[in-house]
Write a protein that binds this ligand. Structure first.
Ligand code: SAH
Ligand code: SF4
Length: 392
């Protein structure tokens, strides 16, 4: 007899795997489609709700499978409507998911790792070190939980006829998605599938600190809109802000952006640039950026998204003043580069970019995290994840 430890979590399965799972149960492929619609279009987690499945199949599933997303530890709504969930991913780890409502769309910002090994100087997720990769169920479970929870809150029907709450997904929460490649791509494929969420590739954005070989793999395996966290206009500065730059310097990063574009759903790359007072925000930095994206071997079609730094206590960094951000944006715009300044949302509930730290993190597991960090260093080079000081 099955014990609870052998129950299969169906949120772990993409379309093809669900077909294989049904096949193993002696069921036809169309059953997988039905099952997927119940799960991802109706938010169903109980098999007896799935009324068009044969009773015998429902009974079989009830003894073997579950539909389980990470448990919600806390759920806060900001005065601006931003809603943040803290989710338990076991062993004292938590990740965050943030919903940002706007007039014509609802964006969900999801996490892909508990902690992050890249250790960017200005990011509180990085400061906690790497803990572990999230599973497919933990990644797609964020969208599943948020979509149907938002509908429940608003009294909107589950099912494809009910008004879709999440129209856009950004992988900009905790973690570096391209360092958790397979589960991230599997989750992306569920987001895009017509029998699940049916999101268009243009409405799903993956943000990366610049894991060059994985940008190439993403282009082949699941191209979605790409945002690259640039944050610096030259290698010296970027080495100190985003340690991964020592492994994949700017010219390699720019070249990988160019290689990505032919398969991308949009004809530009979004460069994110965190505005740090006195560090990367002078007119000279702006001009250097223009030279980087315009006058390299080949110009990179791009837009800039300036993110006012969201301070957190240990960072020792300050947010650039608004007039400075404006002047910086103007220089880019005068050079014909579309530039936006990200509006800070959810400040009052610590849901803004880079403030996602997973409050219930178990600090006693630092040792284990450090070991994993060492393995990453072996894989990605000595300076990987090293805390480096910003040159003054
Ligand atoms: N690891 C990926 C995605 C998660 S971070 C990446 O780095 O792209 C999402 C975005 O938030 C990145 O552009 C990141 O640089 C930015 N960010 C991190 N910490 C921040 C902070 N304290 N203030 C503002 N933006 C921050
Ligand atoms: Fe990791 Fe992104 Fe934070 Fe850098 S900015 S530490 S890559 S989550």
């Amino acid at each position: 007899m099955d014990t609870p430890t052998t129950l299969t979590n169906l949120l772990d399965f993409g379309p093809a795997q669900l077909v294989a799972y049904c096949d193993a149960l002696g069921e036809k492929p169309f059953r997988a489609k039905q099952l997927q619609r119940w799960i991802h279009q109706f938010g169903a987690s109980q098999f007896d709700q799935m009324t068009d499945l044969a009773k015998s199949l429902r009974e079989k599933l009830a003894t073997r499978a579950v539909v389980l997303s990470p448990a919600v530890i806390s759920d806060h709504t900001s005065t601006d409507g931003t809603r943040k969930w803290l989710l338990d991913v076991g062993q004292g780890n938590a990740v965050e998911t943030v919903f940002i409502p706007e007039e014509n769309r609802g964006t969900l910002c999801i996490s892909t790792q508990a902690g992050c090994a890249v250790n960017c100087r200005f990011c509180s997720t990085g400061k906690q070190g790497f803990n572990r990769n999230l599973t497919v169920a933990e990644i797609i479970g964020q969208l599943w939980m948020a979509e149907f929870e938002l509908r429940r809150t608003k009294g909107i029907d589950a099912g494809p006829k009910g008004e879709r709450q999440i129209t856009n997904v950004v992988m900009m929460g905790m973690g570096e998605p391209l360092l958790n490649f397979e589960p991230t791509v599997a989750a992306l494929k569920i987001m895009l599938d017509d029998n699940a969420y049916g999101l268009s590739r243009r409405r799903v954005t993956l943000s990366t600190s610049g894991v060059v070989p994985m940008i190439d793999r993403l282009a082949h395996e699941c191209p979605v809109a790409l945002a690259v966290s640039l944050h610096a206009s030259n290698d010296g500065l970027r080495d100190s802000l985003v340690p991964l730059n020592r492994k994949y310097p700017l010219h390699e990063l720019m070249a990988s952006c160019l290689r990505y574009l032919p398969s991308a759903p949009r004809d530009f790359i979004t460069f994110e640039y965190c505005m740090l007072d006195g560090v990367n925000d002078t007119d000279q930095h702006a001009r250097e950026l223009i030279a980087l994206v315009r006058h390299g071997a080949q110009p990179v079609p791009c837009k800039f998204n300036l993110i006012p730094f969201n301070p957190f206590p240990e960072s020792g960094l300050l947010r650039s003043k608004n007039p400075r951000i404006k002047a910086f944006a103007q220089i880019l715009m005068d050079a014909g580069i579309v530039t936006t300044v990200r509006k800070t949302r959810g400040d009052d509930i610590d849901a803004a970019c880079g403030q996602l730290a997973g409050e219930v993190l178990d600090r006693t597991r630092v040792q284990e995290r450090m070991q994993k960090q060492a393995q990453y260093k072996q894989k990605f080079g000595d300076n990987f994840g090293r805390l480096v000081e910003i040159p003054t």
